[in-house]
Design a protein around this ligand. Structure first.
Ligand code: 5GP
Ligand code: ZN
Length: 120
C-alpha cells in the first residue's frame, strides 16, 4: 500500500497543515524546518518532509528525492544559523531504543556547541 500523504493523528502533519503552531525556519514545496519546542543545543531545528513517512526505516530508493530535499533544507538552515563552519549534527531517531517520539520522519539539526560522542 502506498504511504499516505497525511496521517490525521500525526502531530507533524498538523503542524505542516498549520493546525498546530510551529516556528518555521524554512519552507519549500516538499519540506518544512521548524524550531524544536525543547531545544537540546543553541541551534535545534527539525527538517520534516511534508509527506507523511513514519520513519527513515520506511524510506526506499523511490524516496531519494524527498530525502535529498530534507537534507538540503537542513543544510540551508545550518548555514542560515551560522553553524556550517563550526559543525553540526543531523540525526534521525528510529524506533523506541533510539527515542523516536514522533512517528513522522524528521532530521534533527543540532549545533552551536560541541556535541558529545557517542550519543547517550
Ligand atoms: P524524536 O524524539 O522523535 O527524534 O524527536 C521529536 C522532536 O520533536 C523532539 O525533539 C521534541 O522536542 C519535538 N517536538 C515534540 N512536540 C513538538 C511540538 O509540538 N512542536 C515542535 N516544534 N517540536 C516538538
Ligand atoms: Zn505525519
Amino acid at each position: 500500500m502506498a504511504t499516505p500523504e497525511r496521517d490525521p493523528d500525526c502531530l507533524f502533519c498538523k503542524i505542516i497543515a498549520g493546525e498546530i503552531p510551529g516556528t518555521r525556519l524554512l519552507e519549500t514545496d516538499d519540506v518544512i524546518v521548524i524550531q524544536d519546542i525543547n531545544p537540546q543545543a543553541p541551534v535545534h531545528g527539525l527538517a520534516i518532509p511534508k509527506r507523511h513517512i513514519p520513519s527513515a526505516a520506511h524510506l526506499t530508493l523511490a524516496d531519494a528525492a524527498t530525502l535529498a530535499a530534507v537534507i538540503d533544507a537542513a543544510n540551508t538552515v545550518a548555514r542560515d544559523k551560522g553553524v556550517a563552519d563550526s559543525g553540526y549534527r543531523l540525526v534521525m531517531n528510529i524506533g523506541p531504543d533510539a527515542g523516536q517520539s514522533v512517528a513522522h520522519l524528521h532530521v534533527h539539526i543540532l549545533g552551536g556547541r560541541a556535541l558529545g560522542w557517542p550519543p547517550g
